[in-house]
Design a protein around this ligand. Structure first.
Ligand code: ZN
Length: 44
C-alpha cells in the first residue's frame, strides 16, 4: 500500500536494499514495503 495516497494500485519497481520496491500508479511515488515504519524511498 502506498505510504502517500494509500493506494494499492502499484507495480513492482525493482529492489531496494533487498526489499521489494513498488511504484505507485496512482500518485507516481516509489516506496518500499515496510509495515513497521511505513518507510518509503524517494527517487534521487
Ligand atoms: Zn501513491
Amino acid at each position: 500500500m502506498c505510504t502517500k495516497c494509500k493506494s494499492e494500485n502499484r507495480v513492482k519497481s525493482g529492489f531496494h536494499r533487498g526489499k521489494q520496491r513498488y511504484l505507485c500508479k496512482n500518485c507516481g511515488c516509489n516506496y518500499v514495503k515496510n509495515p513497521c515504519k511505513g518507510y518509503y524511498e524517494k527517487e534521487k
